[in-house]
Ligand binder design. Structure first.
Ligand code: DAH
Length: 354
């Protein structure tokens, strides 16, 4: 019995893992284990012998069992320690730098404009960038002989050979969305349409693709006064300070009367500053929607009237964020994008500031 004790306690103490421990358990106290076999021999002993050997064997079995469970706990603890040491993580280390994109100033300004005008009750409407000539011109009271068609430097799409319908165009302004929205929704209507427009033009302040936002409000008694209030309110919210506007009589085929709107600015030191000084900068076209345009939109001009305006978004971005050259907007130069771009977390809201 002493040999058995010595043998198993030493082996248990030296067991390297739980599998080895289990093997030892079977060999000692399992059904056919050495200690179990010895216990079976008790039956063949005389009662006197059994009285001596029985308790000793039981004690040995208990001793081996508790050595086994103590070792099991020790092995588990060691395994846990090893894992903790291995899977250790310093949560105070700074995060690894990850390449991060920026929000383009045009996207940012589009969001700003939308936030302001949505707050005044304008809903966002959209239309296709490839437009037919009826929506882009005729419905807006620009007939085919009209000089505005050539003035706009229109990009025409090619038609299949033998197809002699008028070619589609890349829309030259967002105004055709007025027509589509009127036909879709009828009156009353209050919408803005931000989006891309195209003209064959290229210099410091012109690119062949640029962005506009169209506004349209039609109801029973809308006047130029409403237009003026909306635009002044808009510019003050957009630039974050009171901005004076100047309405100049102008001409657009789709409005009567028409006005071009300038905002107050200064050119001191060569940089333009909005909302101060006594210079003026043209920023948009506007007017009362022409009766013919209402008719093209399926709205009765005897019952309804309204105003419309079209603002250049890129021009607004240049003014607000001091970006001197429009062409760079669309060069995809990473240095430019990082410099003028916005964090994705800078979501423009009226209450958070624009
Ligand atoms: N569509 C004009 C342009 O691209 C801008 C414009 C002027 C839009 C007057 C309007 C408006 O809605 O009423 O030059």
């Amino acid at each position: 019995m002493d040999d058995l004790r010595e043998k198993y306690l030493t082996a248990i103490a030296g067991a390297g893992d739980e599998a080895a421990l289990e093997e030892l358990r079977l060999a000692a106290v399992g059904k056919k284990g050495e200690v179990s076999l010895k216990m079976r021999e008790l039956g063949k002993m005389t009662p006197e012998e059994r009285q001596v050997a029985g308790p000793k064997l039981n004690a040995l079995k208990d001793e081996i069992n508790s050595a086994l469970s103590a070792k099991k706990v020790a092995l588990e603890d060691a395994a846990l320690e090893a894992r903790l040491a291995d899977e250790w993580l310093d949560v105070t280390l700074p995060a690894r730098e990850r390449p991060r994109g920026t929000i383009h100033p045009v996207s940012q300004v589009t969001e700003e404009v939308t936030a302001i005008l949505a707050d005044m009750g304008f809903a966002v409407a959209e239309g296709p960038q490839i437009e037919d000539d009826w929506h882009n011109f005729d419905a807006l009271n620009i007939p085919s002989h009209h000089p505005a068609r050539t003035e706009m430097d229109t990009f025409y799409m090619a038609r299949a050979e033998g197809d002699d319908r008028a070619p589609n165009v890349l829309r030259t302004h967002t105004s055709p969305v007025q027509i589509r929205s009127m036909l879709d929704q009828g009156a009353p209507i209050r919408i803005i349409c931000p989006g891309r427009v195209y003209r064959a033009d290229y210099d410091q302040t012109h690119t062949p693709m640029f962005h506009q936002v169209e506004g349209l409000a039609i109801d029973r008694d809308i006047s130029m006064a409403n237009l003026k209030w909306v635009l002044e309110e808009f510019f003050s919210a957009f630039f974050g300070k009171p901005v004076k506007t100047r309405f100049r009589a102008s001409h657009f085929p789709f409005t009567e009367p028409s006005a071009e709107v300038d905002i107050q600015c200064s050119w001191e030191g060569g940089a333009v500053k909005v909302g101060e000084g006594d210079d003026w900068l043209e920023v948009l076209g506007s007017g009362m929607v022409h009766p013919k345009v209402l008719e093209a939109g399926g709205i009765d001009p005897a019952e309804w009237q309204g105003f419309a305006f079209g603002i250049g978004i890129d021009r607004l971005a240049m003014l607000k964020y001091g970006i001197p050259d429009l062409r760079a907007f669309f060069d995809s130069d990473l240095r430019w994008l990082r410099h003028y771009g916005f964090s994705a977390l800078q979501v423009p809201t009226l209450h958070g500031g624009l």
